[in-house]
Design a binder for this molecule. Structure first.
Ligand code: PHE
Length: 458
């Protein structure tokens, strides 16, 4: 991000809309297009969506407001923001855990980004047929060389942009590309939901069926909300620190939420109804997990007139959305190292490059060469996703709540927000930050651990 580069002088977003677009640009990524639809499919459709929306409006809203306000108050990224208020080791830990999460996500994010590039390449060079076959994706996963190659290409793209410092250009591209992505997603979603048999999918996605409810529905919805809204990753602290005092924190938080959730729902509307139209709502496909996007959409493009062009455009836009997000994640990680290690930007980038290649390769090869290795029963990619989202994010969020409640105090946050906002939902904020958020964060953590131990099942 341009803003982070000008960090030394603490640049500000030039306008309100600049803030909202940048925050939305970083929020919208693989989380919306790849992760949300597969979780919605896996965790019961409508009931998952309902939980997600309720949680976003209460819990998500509270976390976003807290992080942004703390960032704007201290003008620091997470480690600095935490230690501004107290030098206790716990505060330092709280700051660091927020800062380390993007470092764990970047590597596997680049692996999925590589998958997107591979599909884009297929649509450009071959067409729609082969990729719509049943075995294309599994063969690709099992091909170690190809996994590593596409991962490295995506990682290099991310690192080159961050190292060259041309992020501001990318940011500009993303503001042009975002509306095109939305339009294209609307077209594909309309096509997808009007296929014969697709209505079952629309019903599955929008009509909550309480039989599908389990505690894991709530847990998965909470984790997804953190991931998608970039909560508990230091991002909103950093963004808040670049925000001018006259930007309305509350309104911009709503705008980012609406935009981000809207895109996630659109993505689910492209994908879930197509599973019903092309695979008859096959339960195994619905529960396919991370591979869902790569299995069901190719069928849509194969059956569509002009599917190849649509496929190219779609995967190109997803690749760009993923790239802008991975750049934001990397930039945050690099600036943490820069600030805390005091060794300069080059060293910070090199260090992150090594981390990304090592951890990313483990994820990329986890389906082939390293397929025999399981960490608490998971492949590397799933493990890193689990570690960051299910274990570290709740801890990071909890640290933020404790900082607000114990050290900074709610009244100071409210004062900060009120500089530029009416703070219409002050009551909601208070209740959530005091009770709901800490309790739910502990619930996520405990449920995740129990599910790994096999005590609760999905
Ligand atoms: N929220 C992004 C997504 O949905 C991921 C991300 C997190 C991007 C943090 C940037 C920073 O894909």
């Amino acid at each position: 991000m341009a803003e982070s580069q000008k960090k030394k002088s603490r640049a500000s977003f030039s306008s309100k809309i600049g803030y909202v677009l940048s925050a939305a640009g970083s929020a919208v990524g693989l989380g919306n297009i790849w992760r949300f639809p597969y979780l919605a499919a896996k965790y019961g459709g409508g009931i998952f969506l309902l939980c997600y929306i309720i949680l976003a409006l209460t819990f998500g809203y509270t976390m976003m407001m807290s992080e942004t306000a703390l960032g704007r108050m201290t003008r620091k990224s997470p480690v600095g923001a935490f230690t501004t208020f107290t030098k206790s080791p716990l505060a330092k830990f709280g700051g660091w855990i927020n800062a380390v999460i993007p470092m764990i996500i970047v590597p596997y994010y680049c692996v999925i980004g590589g998958w997107v590039l591979r599909y884009l390449f297929e649509y450009i060079t071959v067409g729609t047929k082969r990729v719509a076959g049943d075995t294309f994706f599994s063969n690709f996963l099992a091909d170690a060389g190809s996994q590593e190659l596409w991962f490295v290409i995506f990682a290099c793209l991310t690192f080159i942009v961050v190292a060259a410092g041309v992020n501001s250009g990318v940011e500009r591209i993303s503001t042009i590309m975002m509306p095109i992505l939305v339009l294209l997603a609307i077209v594909i979603a309309i096509y997808s939901v009007t296929r014969p048999g697709a209505l079952g999918g629309v019903k599955y996605l929008f009509v909550p069926d309480f039989d599908n409810f389990s505690i894991m529905t709530v847990v998965a919805a909470m984790e997804q909300m953190f991931y998608s809204l970039s909560i508990a990753m230091g991002i909103l602290y950093t963004f808040g620190s670049y925000m001018k005092k006259n930007v309305d924190i509350e309104t911009s938080t709503w705008q980012v939420q609406v935009f981000d959730t809207g895109i996630a729902i659109l993505a689910a509307m492209m994908i879930i109804p197509s599973v019903f139209a092309f695979q008859g709502g096959d339960v195994a496909t619905l529960k396919a997990g991370p591979s869902l996007l790569f299995i069901s959409l190719p069928n849509v493009f194969e059956s569509m007139a002009g599917g190849r062009i649509v496929g190219i455009a779609f995967f190109l836009l997803v690749a760009l959305a993923a790239l802008t997000s991975s750049i934001a994640l990397l930039e945050t990680s690099v600036s943490t190292f820069e600030d805390e290690l005091h060794r300069g930007r080059k060293t910070a980038i090199t260090l992150m490059f090594v981390i990304a290649i090592v951890l990313g390769s483990l994820s990329a090869l986890g389906y082939s060469l390293l397929g025999g290795i399981r960490l608490i029963g998971m492949q590397f990619l799933d493990f890193f996703d689990f570690l960051s989202n299910s274990i570290m994010m709740p801890l990071a969020g909890f640290a933020t709540c404790m900082l607000v409640l114990r050290v900074v105090k709610i009244s100071r946050i409210e004062k900060e927000v009120k500089i530029s906002s009416k703070f219409r939902f002050e009551g909601v904020y208070r209740v959530c930050v005091k009770f709901l958020a800490p309790v739910l964060l502990i619930v996520i953590l405990v449920a995740s651990v129990l599910s790994i131990l096999g005590v609760i099942t999905v």
